[in-house]
Design a binder for this molecule. Sequence first.
Ligand code: B12
Ligand code: SF4
Length: 493
Amino acid sequence: MTYNVIIFTGGLLATSKPFGAYKIAHELRAAGFSTLVINHVEHFSIQELKDILFKTVGSNTLFVGVSNTFFGSIGALGSAKVVNESDAHGLFPFAQQEETELCNYVKSLNPRVKFALGGTRTHYNVSNPNIDYVFVGYSDQSVVNFARHLSSGVDLQKARKNLSGVVIIDDDLAKDFDFANSSMKWTDDDIVLRGETLPLEISRGCIFSCKFCSYRLNGKQALDYLKNYDNIRNELIHNYENYGVTCYRFVDDTFNDTEEKIDAMLAIAESLPFELKFWAYIRLDLLATRPQTIDKLYRMGLRSIFFGIETLNKKTGLLIGKGFDPDRSVALINSLKETYKENLHIHTSFICGLPEESLDSVNRTMERLLSREINADSYSFYPLGIAKSATHTWQSAFGLNMQQYGYYEDPDDTATDKRLIPWKNKYMTFQQARNHVEEFLQLTNKSQRIKASPIQKKINGALPTEAESTRHINRYKKQLHNLLERNCVHSKI
Ligand code: B12
Ligand code: SF4
């Protein structure tokens, strides 16, 4: 069988599906376009991809899409071959020559097929002869309009050509898309492995506006862009009945933003025919100020938390929009650990290079993590990245006005990623922040502190070992192969 649309995605740890591509596929299927998503694109050889394309591209194929939301971490995960040198402009996460080879191969199968790029890493200035269309922002509705444009010539909306001749389709926040009443249905073509952990989109947007964060739907009203609870329940039931799925990653930038949501989700969880378990982004300050929500979240099935703490420096916290008292933050983490022990995985995430925070202050946090004075199960440190406006559609407050926060361009830094600003502030340079984080991660690797706990592995398949990743990807590839073989047999009949 050949498809109207084929979407490639990848970049996430092996055991977690990147959601955006599947959501796009769902919307296209709901509008009547057959769509196949191929995950783990970076783990296929060019020949393997050609074999897949041979079986899936036909005279009915309208476009081949690529979803780049998580491509930024491909090199970092060590899984990629060659990341496209002009990453900011790339379609596939391969070297330009390989990308062109793939595109030419598709054209040899059907010269009318278009190439479209979507995901959070797209921007207006893409110039790449392999790319015909670039989708900026949420595209649930615009992609359906695009498929209809290609199939039956309806007007293409929200589109304009950039200076390189690439058509930019920009629906940004997809304000006309009825997200609240939208749905998501996984199908057999999505190759959901039995008992796999799936992403579940609960809400879009965040009620906060942290200064380093470039997410495009920051500062929303509390109940905006919240999925209808009946649809959430239906999705949970469908996945359980069809694929035995009981574990989830909740796609929601602040799952505990309102108590109303927590109560409603608890009622759903308690009404399910299985025991729900999930991972979520949780704001620590909201847990502290609403302690009654802690037990509710646990009863609902929260078993793995991601706390974006960023800093334990009081002054810095206040400046970036995370000003909760650092001592109370640490005390709450430790008390959560003491109460829920190995039944709740706690991950804390920090940034090195924030305003008014010296390397000494960062070191103190690192030491407290290593010594378990902060009793988190795992943690991550990132150097502060300030995106360039030429390659990023959305900017953080730092990106919009660096100097106001004490950042300047560092003319001596030639090693920085082309998409990021080589900054310096009064304490350090971006390069130093990167090196510092790198050294710390090497230390933690040695101390084995970032190994996944059993509960974390169970809930979200996080931090799989190399062997586990390979097993998972091989299983996925085998099932994809079986699916394509089955489809071939059916189309012959
Ligand atoms: C959930 C999430 C995670 C989860 C992923 C779970 C999962 N299985 O999905 C986890 C915790 C694993 C994660 C990790 C990381 N994440 Co994260 N994550 C998110 C988050 C909150 C939601 C992503 C999502 O699924 N959104 C919902 C879908 C529907 O939106 P979408 O992907 O944007 O897709 C829409 C459009 O982009 C477009 N689209 C997408 N693909 C395509 C394809 C085509 C062909 C078309 C036409 C359109 C299209 O249409 C879609 C529907 O409207 C986003 C922030 C956000 N709210 O978007 C950050 C975000 C994607 N993460 C980010 C980052 C940096 C990371 C990390 C690298 C490290 C970190 N600092 O956290 C790691 C990667 C680790 C790894 N490689 O394993 C950044 C990416 C920045 C960028 N622009 O490059 C984001 C945007 C947050 C931010 N602003 O910094 N993340
Ligand atoms: S960092 Fe998290 S809490 Fe802050 S604005 Fe971004 S998504 Fe919201």
